[in-house]
Design a protein around this ligand. Structure first.
Ligand SMILES: Nc1ncnc2c1ncn2[C@@H]1O[C@H](COP(=O)(O)OP(=O)(O)OP(=O)(O)O)[C@@H](O)[C@H]1O
Ligand SMILES: [Mg+2]
Length: 259
C-alpha cells in the first residue's frame, strides 16, 4: 500500500502522515515515510530527535535507461532496498524516513530532479508495499507534486481538507489531477472538524462534487499542544485522544481497502 497525503497548506498533512505512519507500524506494517516537502518537517512529526542528520535522496541515483524508447525512461542506479539502507533513518515504532531533495540555497533550485527521484523510489517500492509494507508520502501544499507526476505510482491518495471553502476547493483540484494521473483511489479526509456544522459542510461539498470521504478527524487541542511542545502527537496524546482515535479508524479503513 502506497499512500500520498495532499491538500492545502496547513490542512494537517504532516500531522496525519507522521501519525498514520506510526499507527500502521504499530499494527505490524513495515512503514516507509517519505517527506516530499521541499521544506521538510515529517521527521519532527514522527518523533525523530532534532539534530539527527537526515541525508536527502540525491539526484544522481537516477539514471537514464540505455534504450531510448524505454518506458519509463529512467531508473534508480541501485536496488530500492539499498536506497532504504543508505538514505533511510529509522524513527519511533520502526518507521523508516526518506527525505526528498530540498532547496538548500535561495535563488537556486529547480526541483524537477528531486521530484523524479521521489517518483521512481515510490515506483520501485511496489514489491515491498505489496507485502506487509506501507509507504506514506507527505506532500508539499498545493498541486505541484501532482502536476509533476511525483505521485504517479501511489495506490491511494488522501486529500486533506479543512471545513472552509478554499481548502475544500484545493482538495477537489487534487482529486481531478490525481484522476488524470491514473490514481484510482482518491479520497477526502476532513480535518479540524469542530462541530456538526463543519461536518455537514464538508459532507455536502463532497457529495456535490462526487468526492468519497475516507474519514473525519476532529479539531483536537492535543494536536496543538503537541505542536507547541515540538513533540509527535502520539507521544503527547494517548490512544484516547479524539484525533488519534479518528486516525486509528482511518488506518483500519486503509488496511481493509489495501487488501
Ligand atoms: N485535528 C487537528 N486539530 C487541531 N489542530 C490541528 C489538527 N491537525 C493539524 N492541526 C494543526 O494545524 C497546523 C498545521 O498542521 P500540519 O503542519 O500537519 O499541516 P500541513 O498540511 O502539513 O502544513 P504545510 O502545508 O505547511 O506542510 C499545526 O499547527 C497542527 O498542529
Ligand atoms: Mg506539512
Amino acid at each position: 500500500m502506497r499512500i500520498a497525503i495532499a491538500g492545502k497548506g496547513g490542512s494537517g498533512k504532516t500531522t496525519l502522515a507522521g501519525t498514520l505512519a506510526r499507527l500502521l507500524a504499530r499494527r505490524g506494517q513495515q512503514v516507509i515515510a517519505l517527506d516530499g516537502d521541499t521544506n521538510p518537517n515529517l521527521a519532527q512529526a514522527l518523533g525523530i530527535a532534532a539534530g539527527t542528520e537526515l541525508v536527502a535522496l540525491p539526484g544522481d541515483i537516477l539514471v537514464r535507461r540505455e534504450d531510448p524508447n524505454a518506458d519509463p525512461p529512467s531508473e534508480l542506479s541501485m536496488p530500492v532496498h539499498e536506497v532504504l539502507e543508505r538514505y533511510g533513518t529509522v524513527g519511533p515504532d520502526g518507521v523508516r524516513l526518506l527525505v526528498m531533495g530540498h532547496v538548500e540555497h535561495a535563488g537556486r533550485g529547480c526541483k524537477c530532479r528531486a521530484h523524479s527521484v521521489a517518483r521512481y523510489v515510490i515506483g520501485d517500492l511496489l514489491a515491498y508495499a505489496n507485502g506487509e509494507g506501507a509507504v506514506v508520502v507527505d506532500m508539499e501544499a498545493g498541486l505541484e507534486h501532482l502536476s509533476r507526476g511525483t505521485t504517479r505510482y501511489v495506490d491511494a491518495l488522501l486529500a486533506v481538507a479543512e471545513p472552509y471553502y478554499r481548502s475544500m476547493e484545493t482538495a477537489r483540484r487534487v482529486y481531478e489531477l490525481a484522476a488524470e494521473l491514473g490514481i484510482d483511489d482518491v479520497r477526502l479526509v476532513a480535518n479540524k472538524v469542530r462541530d456538526p456544522a463543519d461536518s455537514d459542510a464538508l459532507r455536502a461539498y463532497a457529495e456535490r462534487h462526487g468526492l468519497a470521504i475516507a474519514g473525519e478527524i476532529p479539531f483536537d487541542e492535543l494536536v496543538l499542544e503537541a505542536d507547541r511542545r515540538a513533540e509527535p502527537l502520539l507521544d503527547v496524546a494517548g490512544a484516547d485522544a479524539p484525533a488519534v482515535r479518528a486516525m486509528e479508524r482511518l488506518a483500519s479503513t486503509l488496511l481493509a481497502n489495501g487488501r
